[in-house]
Write a protein that binds this ligand. Sequence first.
Ligand code: ATP
Length: 594
Amino acid sequence: MFFEALAEYYGKLEGVSSRLAMIDILTELLKKTDEDDIKETIYMTQGILAPPFEGIETGIAEKFAENAIALSYGYTKDEVRKAYKKSGDMGSAAETFAAKGKLSRMSKKKFTVREVFDTMHKIALTSGQGSQDTKIKMLSGVLAASSPLEARYVIRFALGTLRLGVGDATILEALSKMSTGGREFKGELEAAYNICSDMGKVGYTLLKSGKIGIENFRISLFNPYRPALAERLPTAEEILEKMHGKCSVESKYDGLRAQVHMDKKAKKVEIFSRNLERLTPMFPELVKAALEYVDADKAILEGEAISYNPVSEEFLPFQETIQRKRKHGIEAKSEEIPISLFAFDLLYADGTEYIGKPYRERVDRLEKIIKKNNTIILADKKTVTTPTALDKYFNNAISKGLEGIVAKDLDSKYIAGARKFSWIKLKRSYKGELSDTVDLVIVGYYLGRGTRAEFKFGGLLAAVFNDKKDMFETLTKIGTGFTERQMSDLQELLSREKVRSKPVRVASLAEPDFWINPKYVVTVRADEITRSPMHTCGKESYESDEEQGYALRFPRLVSDGIRKDKGAEEATTTNEIISMYRMQKKARVEEETA
Ligand code: ATP
């Protein structure tokens, strides 16, 4: 497909706001795409150069884009900058200059999607001395052959500001419609996506091998899967009832979720975070221990990485563990704050796929392949059959400084990428507070007033993720819990990222001073969840200011600024808020009748 045709589809996508219309346009686009460029087309539409776990970004800064536009169309950098300042969008500036370019179109070449994509890939991988000039030249080579519409999207893609408003759920639905004409194949496609986290690979497999290819999709080493998530219930009684009277309870460690892929013969280990970021370089002691203490040639296992002192048996707080997530000074930090992995699951070992096997079989094999050592340790667990035993285990975990427990269904397979009742978490609650924190996505921010004026930061507008509608729905404004340092850090970060109009995937009745594209997550504690017409969380109609949505009472920030281990689509979902609201209501009734 020529890039010009893709740009036209992007133009159409930008022109509609309903999700159904978006799905139809995407379906049409996918139908016209063939095996050779389906991966590139999907990645481009997602605004990425590779699946996120590969960590490849175009690395083009605004200044480069300005230079490339000036060079391609015969204008000065100042002229380009002025046009950019006026519209706030470098893509529109490129479009304008392409339309009235002083230089006649230098190249008659028509680029294909693949050629544009490959050029962007090369730009991303070019580094070292003189690389900036090379990058600018490569980009202007594409611009010189672009129509105004193509120029708009080439520049937006290069800068990482494409933002077509197309999330995972929308692409999956379009892929299903492309192959069956309806939504009925979405479940299978989602299951394949959940075990490879690579939408390009899913699309390619569907085109190449059809539905059978998707149904036979397998987990593969060094390709991270999307982790299983836990539901919540408020009491031991309810947990056991849900688990049909018997379950395993495990300690809930408050560290960083880590999946470890290893191949002993190749001496290769890769570690991925909850949102599939590559953590390998940050945890050298885990890499070493995996090769030494996991008794298998090839394995994929999962656990919680946490700073732990094996002598005193003390767990360090999350804030300490998170300090290990750094790019520099790793050796020194790994000595200062050594990390252990509390392993709790096994997905693959030496030719056997465990992901589809029951929990009891997975942990049984896990126990057998981990040799005794202080770095990879089996997560503590116990099988219980009574609420009293479950409560006892829970209280014991709390007294050891842990966060709570995760109850696990003994017979359930590993359900990648979904929050199901096969895992149920129970956390310690504090009097007068919601029993759990929530992870919210920043969608806007307010300027400081009064004493806050000097920080140019007054608070955040925060949202939950509605995974069914593929939208971010506002839940609360957050004005408290910030230290001065956090306020100035947030201001610095957000002022660079602010956009002029409401991002397409955000549903909001509130108008912050500045909008932010959904990307950054913060953890918030609150007193309770209330019904409120002010926020869009849980609303059928986003326009209605009468329908009741959900909101937080007395929200305050508890994470140290932005959470580095969660992306926007890993935030708390609308459904979780609704179930937390129901749990809270039930607890109240029980308290009153007690
Ligand atoms: P939370 O903020 O409660 O950790 P979450 O949304 O990050 O929630 P959930 O799946 O809801 O993730 O809760 C389980 C989390 O608890 C996992 O992400 C994992 O990092 C952590 N965890 C700690 N110990 C365990 C364990 N034994 N089994 C499963 N998860 C565990």
